[in-house]
Write a protein of this length. Sequence first.
Length: 302
Amino acid sequence: MATQAMVSSSSLASSAQAARQLLGVGRPLHSSKRRVSFLVSAAATPPILLVLFQQGANRPLLFASKQSLSYLDGSLPGDYGFDPLGLSDPEGAGGFIEPNWLTYGEIINGRFAMLGAAGAIAPEILGKLGLIPAETALPWFQTSVIPPAGTYNYWADNYTLFVLEMALMGFAEHRRLQDWNKPGSMDKQYFLGLEKGFRGSGEPAYPGGPFFNPLGFGKDEKSMKELKLKEIKNGRLAMLAVLGYFIQGLVTGVGPYQNLLDHLADPNRFNPDHQTRRKVKVSNSGVTPRAIFEGIIEDRGT
């Protein structure tokens, strides 16, 4: 079956204008009714409209489709209609991936990523400032996270720490799952007399209360909506940052803060293109993250 794609010159111009607005440059759009679209039609399927960087009535849209806009109505924080795989489509609810659980999971993983991104780079920064001893100012991958890359002697051996962390995190995750199944129920179970502090708001992703919102942020609906949007945006950035930490550690063999200092000192030498064109060598001190890429990244000349 033939598939037709129609892209008009006016739509391309509107696309560039909308992209400039989304990125915060150039003049704003004069009308929210102008659409940038690719219309794809086939004999056996209904038309699908992909919206690229379109400014909607009350939100920007990114690669949204008619189908995604039918269930991503802007009520969720950070909703730009982006769901190219249809993972949040309610028509697929009840299967392996449940749309509400995906939304909840993104928020939780974003929070963990924000903590992880800050915790991974903090020892390097504090060490450079001389606020902590040099022996503790280690790149994140040398703190026993990746044993072949380096270990650190904590108060207990790594296996004991692993089991302890699994027990503590397992308990916390079990409580979180209980709150998901019965929202606002965590104050019903005895917990050393502290159970009232776990009384949820009825919304598992934002339980609130003295333990999870001790400063009382978001006292009104408007401020709470703004905080939810900021949180999900920063959480998404943090998830990308953690992925970047991992890749940079493998390729360069140093931590993210040292990567930043090297780049600021010599941008022409320390940049992604130069690093990937270098053939990675094994350090004389033993196995390092860059040794994992030995033989994979070939030298293409500098």
